[in-house]
Design a protein around this ligand. Structure first.
Ligand code: NAP
Ligand code: MG
Length: 403
């Protein structure tokens, strides 16, 4: 059998712990037998990040800007305990944060839906994709604990020294106080990423804020989205027969619960943080959640939404059998390969990505799954398999699909 050829390499970002083990097995069992895999390899494993003073992370993000498509394994974000465990020179920053800062993108999180793993909301038939703005608001706020009577003011001083001043509140007693910010440039790139991704998937885009209460702050988000839509995207959306629609967040929540899914829901930073966990849980499992970072200039980085599954890794190190779900990592690869195939006009590669996803779903739907899914699946003939066996089973399904 002739292997599928690639033109442009994928940027491959390797990672840590259990997902690093899965990463290698996916390549060996599900990719390399079929594809002459071309990648520009970056080892973002914690050890290598430490050795290179995190330069490797920066290099991998720059390579993504150069080539356009990356696939990333989950990585450890070091904390004090990790500094000790890996004898790190420094508590390196989150690789995802570093990559996002360079690519300036929006993260889209989408659930993988399989028969037998029923969403908790019975009407949901298709995925709901959450787009979370990843800059500012409460995540970059300034807070103050008011412990005595006094006056709180919002003061803005421009470069000429002119001052605008408003009273926030006159405290008669103790209380709390907070200031936060955002930037037109960041909201604009958030909006463009959302519009581009909606066109890419040919799905409707919903956007919600609390503009009725927040008449400057949230209303600016609404206005920027509308303005960019009218000027740059309206025609393209009409051509693709998809819709952009803004609604108040309360209304959005009610509509989401009643909907059957199949759209992208763009949220401000805090709303997206909370709603993405709600959506992920209601769809069934963190191990079935994929994630893609889309930059406003059209670069894509695919990954699983979950972490390095440390608890399973320690079992693996002790020689115990694990049953870790590789679906989200497989879909990160298929997403990246499909995108690469589309950009390079390689139909065979696009078709392979579709077949790989189909084989993965069929395997689960035939009752063969990892432990996390077996616990929630309603299929009568469930069979729990190991991490490795699950991949071998998918390969068998894939071979039968490919004929
Ligand atoms: P986690 O790796 O997502 O795992 C949390 C728990 O969720 C696991 O212990 C497991 O539950 C379950 N789980 C997650 N993914 C699973 C899968 N594929 N198959 C089966 N079960 C799965 O989160 P964490 O333990 O909080 O974080 C571990 C490390 O990952 C940390 O160092 C963190 O910094 C890093 N992290 C990285 C990313 C990223 O790179 N994008 C994201 C989040 C966290 P049971 O143990 O009950 O089976
Ligand atoms: Mg959260």
């Amino acid at each position: 059998m002739q292997k599928i050829q690639m033109k442009t390499p994928l940027v491959e970002m390797d990672g840590d712990e259990m997902t690093r083990i899965i990463w290698k097995s996916i390549k060996e069992i599900l990719l390399q037998p079929y594809i002459d895999l071309k990648t520009e390899y970056f080892d973002l494993g914690l050890q290598k990040r430490d050795e290179t003073a995190d330069q490797i992370t920066i290099d991998s993000a720059k390579a993504t800007q150069k080539y356009g498509v990356a696939v990333k394994c989950a990585t450890i974000t070091p904390n004090a305990q990790r500094v000790e465990e890996y004898k790190l020179k420094e508590m390196w920053k989150s690789p995802n944060g570093t990559i996002r800062a360079i690519l300036d993108g929006t993260v889209f999180r989408a659930p993988i839906i399989a028969e037998g793993i029923r969403p908790l909301v019975p009407t949901w038939k298709k995925p709901i994709i959450i787009a979370r703005h990843a800059y500012g608001d409460v995540y970059r706020n300034v807070e103050y604990r008011v412990s005595e009577p006094g006056k709180a003011e919002l003061v803005f001083t421009n470069e000429k020294g002119e001052v605008s001043r408003q009273t926030i509140f006159e405290y008669k007693d103790k209380g709390v106080l907070m200031g936060m910010h955002n930037l037109d440039s960041s909201i604009e790139s958030f909006a463009r990423s959302c519009f581009n991704y909606a066109l890419d998937l040919k799905q409707d885009l919903w956007f919600s804020t609390k503009d009725t209460i927040s008449k400057q702050y949230d209303h600016t988000f609404k206005d920027i989205f509308q303005d960019i839509y009218d000027r740059e995207y309206k025609e393209k959306f009409e051509e693709a027969q998809i819709e952009y629609f803004y609604t108040l967040i309360d209304d959005a929540v009610a509509r989401v619960i009643r909907s059957e899914g199949g759209y992208i829901w763009a949220c401000k930073n805090y709303d997206g943080d909370v709603m993405s966990d709600m959506i992920a849980t209601a769809f069934g499992s963190l191990a079935m959640m994929t994630s893609v970072l889309v930059s406003p200039d059209g670069n894509f980085e695919y990954e699983a939404a979950h972490g390095t599954v440390t608890r399973h890794y320690y079992k693996h190190l002790k020689g115990e059998e694990t049953s870790t779900n590789s679906m989200a990592t497989i879909f990160a690869w298929s997403g990246a390969l499909r995108k690469r195939g589309e950009l390079d006009g390689l139909n065979e590669l696009v078709e392979f990505a579709n077949q790989l996803e189909e084989a993965s779903l069929k395997t689960i739907e035939s009752g063969i799954m990892t432990k996390d899914l077996a616990l929630i699946s309603e299929l009568p003939n469930k069979k729990t398999v190991s991490t490795e066996q699950f991949l071998v089973e998918i390969k068998q399904t894939l071979d039968s699909i490919r004929g």
